[in-house]
Design a protein around this ligand. Structure first.
Ligand code: HEC
Ligand code: HEC
Length: 353
């Protein structure tokens, strides 16, 4: 608001100056049109000037008054500028953020609306999870099958991944899945700025977190906040009813395979091959993420607590995990999505396999 006030003031000032210049130009053109032979008569140095009476009288006062006026303008103008400038800068920042989100939103739209169809696969403009039609080629028989591949909710993607990790996913996609690379470096169509605006849009559609610490101002990204209670309850309920219906043998197994919001909260979509398109291979024996079953895990995580801590925080590029693991940043953090108890149940389940 202040920024636009300053801008309007600027425009008025500009208009006054412009009109003034034009009037001055017209006035000086008409008054200065030289008469024939005038250069002799009216040469500046030959023209008699005002006498002392006039010069030191009203004329002097007028000039002094104009000087005073300019002094007042600069004395008031400077502090006024200091007062308005910070809010102008804030306004400019907020406006550029809003504009970036708008650009990202345009990219996110379905193809028929001129976007890149993120919305088409990921469950609409809110990104709440959907399915993607995809063709799988069997590596042994070369048989092509069409499948529906779960496209996870992206309205919680910043609960799972840092901004850099999301950028990596967008630029390089998920090879061998419907998620294609979108950045130029990955062979996709988008430049760095387009990827940035997509990230801005994704940030804007995050489910606001609850329980942010006092010094964390943004509920869309605050590191300590968790999913709202109703969503947490939905996850717990979904796992419970999957056990009740006899689909899974334990809560840990149900949580590992949680299919809520197209599997956004599950482990199976990355650790069980084929799970995402309804043709699961051997449970937890690895897909995009490694084999989690007892034999593999025990050598990486001799004790359960370390494994729980790792799943809570996810992996970070270059950072150590477990005994001799080095993270790539592709393993999501689950600490803000699942309770410690639920993660413990999952860990007990995979360690029993
Ligand atoms: C053809 C369908 C399709 C399109 C179009 C698509 N995605 Fe995806 N996306 C997927 C699928 C499927 C996955 C999950 C892949 C997997 O199983 O690992 C995914 C994964 C992701 C992930 C990682 C989420 C996570 O938690 O693992 C993000 C972020 C993402 N997509 C964002 C986008 C954005 C932004 C766009 C638009 C530029 C987009 N996607 C376009 C299908 C699609
Ligand atoms: C988006 C894909 C993805 C999802 C979802 C995912 N993981 Fe992972 N996970 C990975 C990747 C990739 C790694 C390998 C580490 C790395 O690259 O940083 C990994 C590594 C691990 C490891 C370490 C394995 C080892 O022995 O070295 C454990 C344990 C693990 N994940 C458990 C889980 C659990 C439990 C869940 C569900 C709560 C889960 N993961 C969900 C991708 C995923």
């Amino acid at each position: 608001m202040f920024a636009s006030l300053t801008v309007s003031l600027g425009y008025i000032l500009l208009a006054v100056i412009a009109v003034g210049f034009i009037l001055y130009a017209i006035a000086s053109r008409t008054s200065a049109r030289p008469e024939l032979g005038s250069e002799i008569e009216l040469a500046a140095n030959r023209k008699p000037y005002y006498d002392d009476e006039v010069l030191e009288g009203r004329r002097l006062e007028r000039v002094q008054f104009i000087g005073l006026l300019f002094l007042v303008v600069s004395v008031i103008g400077l502090p006024l500028y200091w007062i308005l400038e910070p809010s102008r800068q804030e306004g400019a920042l907020a406006y550029s953020d809003k504009r970036a989100i708008g650009w990202g939103k345009d990219l996110f739209k379905v193809t028929s609306e001129g976007g890149f169809n993120c919305a088409g696969c990921h469950g609409g403009m809110k990104g709440s999870g959907g399915v993607a039609a995809y063709a799988i080629t069997d590596p042994k028989t070369n048989l092509v099958t069409s499948v529906n591949w779960n496209a996870p909710a992206v309205n919680t993607v910043f609960y799972r991944f840092s901004e850099d990790e999301v950028r990596f996913i967008l630029v390089y996609g998920r090879p061998f899945s419907p998620m294609s690379p979108w950045g130029l470096a990955g062979g996709g169509p988008m430049n760095a700025q387009q990827i940035d605006t997509l990230i801005a849009y994704l940030t804007s559609i995050q489910i606001p977190r609850v329980g942010c610490a006092a010094n964390e101002s943004n509920p869309l990204t605050c590191p300590t906040g968790t999913l709202p209670e109703d969503k947490m309850a939905e996850i717990a309920q979904s796992a419970l009813s999957a056990v009740d219906s006899g689909r899974y043998g334990s809560l840990g197994e149900a949580l590992y395979n949680l299919d809520l919001d197209s599997g956004a909260y599950s482990c199976a979509r990355c650790h069980t091959s084929g799970w995402s398109y309804g043709d699961p291979g051997k449970t937890a024996q690895g897909a995009m993420g490694p084999n989690l079953t007892a034999g593999a895990t025990a050598s990486h995580f001799p004790n359960e607590a370390d494994q729980i801590a790792f799943i809570t925080k996810g992996s970070e590029l270059g950072k150590k995990f477990g005994l001799q693991g080095q993270g790539s940043g592709r393993m999501p953090a689950f600490g803000n999505l699942l309770t410690q108890e639920q993660i413990k149940l999952i860990v007990e389940y995979v360690r029993s396999l």
